[in-house]
Ligand binder design. Structure first.
Ligand code: ADP
Ligand code: TRP
Length: 321
């Protein structure tokens, strides 16, 4: 089974990225032939600072390795090291109906958030389809918000195959049960754009302060909270610990006598503990940037070999060769 996913280097990675995309991807590296890339071409639709793009690209590589991506098992690479993605994107563009893109929520959401309505942003799902189809991917682990893009990918693969003959494998999205949307500090979807995110590798003091600032209701500590499962801190705790500890925390809130301050302290503790091993690996990697660059260079070589051959298959099918 070929597994493929990507993540944009458009900011510091947060806990939502971790549970929605990185963790499931890393778990899958044992179950198939895994390819993960840093979507720097995609980041061009919203980030216009060249140095930041370079910095975030390297940070994403470091964070992935720190979180457990094993370059012996999975191929990690930078999208723009494989320019064939862009050629295939053009080929797919010419069979993609405008209406299919006009219906994509992600484009509309980004415009609503104030991003400029540039062509790259509009055509984004087509480049994403190329990213996936160019590796003959079977499975695409992403968060729920990317589901529609994987559906566009499937439609384009089917349409291309109907137009030019059987060429592309039709992929499936893969979601992690129960962890589809990680809520942020305000209860909305955690996102770098909503100022509600918790960084995976935030510094101790500011992160503690951030978690302690979660706004809750005005019920007194003594009051029983029958709706404990709805609590914002509890919803994060659910992902950061074992089911047993999660249930204990829920029961303590339900019983009453457990103040929100103590609950938030507990949340910080569990967060800090959860990412401790990754944090330690990350400190080592930061001292070893040549190693990180080498991982990306090796990854690009492996990825490019496949991308070249699938792209050539597409070029032949549609008469470019
Ligand atoms: P952001 O919303 O912070 O801009 P991205 O859109 O760059 O994050 O998402 C990168 C990856 O992380 C995608 O696969 C996305 O589905 C996943 N992801 C982002 N936020 C969350 C979240 N709150 N819960 C689950 N998955 C998420
Ligand atoms: N669009 C994805 C995101 O914003 C990133 C991405 C680009 C991707 N190409 C992909 C994910 C291909 C999976 C497969 O998170």
């Amino acid at each position: 089974m070929r597994i493929l996913s990507g993540i944009q280097p458009s900011g510091i990675l947060h806990v939502g990225n971790y549970f929605g995309m990185m963790k499931p991807s890393i778990e899958l590296q044992d179950r198939g032939d895994a390819f993960y890339f840093i979507a720097d071409y995609h980041s061009m639709t919203s980030l216009y600072d060249a140095n930041l793009r370079r910095e975030y690209t390297r940070q994403v590589a470091i964070d992935f390795l720190a979180c457990g991506l094993d370059p012996k098992k999975a191929v990690l690479f930078k999208q723009s090291d494989v320019p064939e993605h862009v050629e295939l994107s053009w080929i797919l563009s010419s069979i993609c109906p405008m209406g299919r893109l006009e219906r994509c929520h992600s484009y509309k959401d980004k415009i609503a958030k104030g991003l400029s309505a540039n062509h790259g942003l509009f055509a984004y799902p087509v480049l994403m389809a190329a990213d996936i189809l160019i590796y003959d991917a079977d499975s695409v682990p992403v968060g729920r918000d990317q589901k529609q893009h994987v559906e566009v990918t499937r439609d384009l693969a089917i349409k291309f195959n109907q137009t030019y003959g059987e060429t592309f494998r039709v992929p499936e999205p893969a979601f992690r049960e129960g962890a589809e949307v990680i809520p942020g500090l305000d209860g909305q979807k955690m996102s770098k754009s909503y100022n509600n995110a918790v960084e995976i590798f935030g510094e101790e003091k500011p992160t503690r302060k951030r978690l302690m600032s979660i706004v809750m209701d005005s019920r007194s500590p003594d009051e029983a909270k029958p709706d404990a499962e709805e609590n914002r801190a509890i919803q994060l705790i659910k992902h950061l610990t074992t089911p047993e500890i999660y249930s204990e925390e829920v029961e303590k809130l339900k019983a009453g006598g457990y103040g929100y301050g103590d609950l938030k302290k507990r949340l910080f503790e569990l967060y800090w503990q959860y990412f401790r091993p990754a944090r330690e690996r990350r400190t080592d990697l930061m001292q070893n940037l040549d190693y990180v660059d080498q991982v990306l260079a090796n990854g690009a070589e492996k990825a490019r070999e496949i991308a070249r051959s699938v792209n050539q298959r597409a070029r032949k099918a549609c008469g470019l060769e």
